[in-house]
Design a protein around this ligand. Sequence first.
Ligand SMILES: NC(=O)c1ccc[n+]([C@@H]2O[C@H](COP(=O)([O-])OP(=O)(O)OC[C@H]3O[C@@H](n4cnc5c(N)ncnc54)[C@H](OP(=O)(O)O)[C@@H]3O)[C@@H](O)[C@H]2O)c1
Length: 248
Amino acid sequence: MTNNLQGKVALVTGASSGIGAATAIALGRAGASVVVAARRVDRLAALERELTAAGVEALAVELDVTDEAACRAAVTRTVEAFGGLDVLVNNAGVMLLGDVEGADTTDWTRMVSTNLLGVMFLTHAALPHLLDRRGAVVQVSSTAGRVARAGTAVYSATKFGLNAFSESLRQEVATRGVRVVVVEPGVVATELRDHITDPAAKAAAEQRADSVRQLAAEDVANAVRYAVEQPAHVAVSEIMVRPVEQSW
Ligand SMILES: NC(=O)c1ccc[n+]([C@@H]2O[C@H](COP(=O)([O-])OP(=O)(O)OC[C@H]3O[C@@H](n4cnc5c(N)ncnc54)[C@H](OP(=O)(O)O)[C@@H]3O)[C@@H](O)[C@H]2O)c1
């Protein structure tokens, strides 16, 4: 076990499952103190216990990232608990795929509020602390943030938007030592597809996912860890990681 992140403090959103939970464990193993945030507090409490049992300083914080005040409060609790914030991992997200025609537009509101506005609120709240500690913000985007396809319009719009926000932020803060990292996974075996409300879009997404050997959440967590473990002068700005058979 290396401890390159000893003395560092990480806040991981969407840590109740999938990539977020795996990332919290990976950063904890690397020596960081970890705040795990999401809405499902029972899962967070279990993860907090698991981390603590492994010797990691951990704190579970209930957070709905669509609530700006809650985002600010989560950052404040992190700083109060562990004395600062070095790594913000904006991972919480929803992927409610489907055609534009006939879509349930409440899906759109959920995606924009969670994947885009939530990231913006948290980044805004965390930025003074990240500037203070020359920290890093990791944005879990997607290959869908680089390539749009029929049926991914709004999900892709949120991830393209996230990439644009992140590149602009990178230029804004680069000279002050803050690293902005965009991680773009391809298909990962998580609960993400379970929440798709359009039955045809869900079936198509499952079929596409089953056509490749999907990444594990830990594969993406390793990419996040790689980026934030680099020496302070090295900025890994973007990592795209796909299953080897994923041709799209
Ligand atoms: N799986 C893939 O194939 C894939 C590919 C590319 C990118 N990604 C991205 O990876 C990220 C993580 O997804 P995953 O694959 O790990 O799926 P997941 O297991 O469904 O995890 C999503 C996480 O986001 C949280 N979340 C959702 N809405 C939230 C809200 N309003 N406030 C706070 N937390 C919220 C969920 O927790 P609660 O429900 O407990 O709040 C959950 O912990 C997402 O941004 C997704 O777009 C995934």
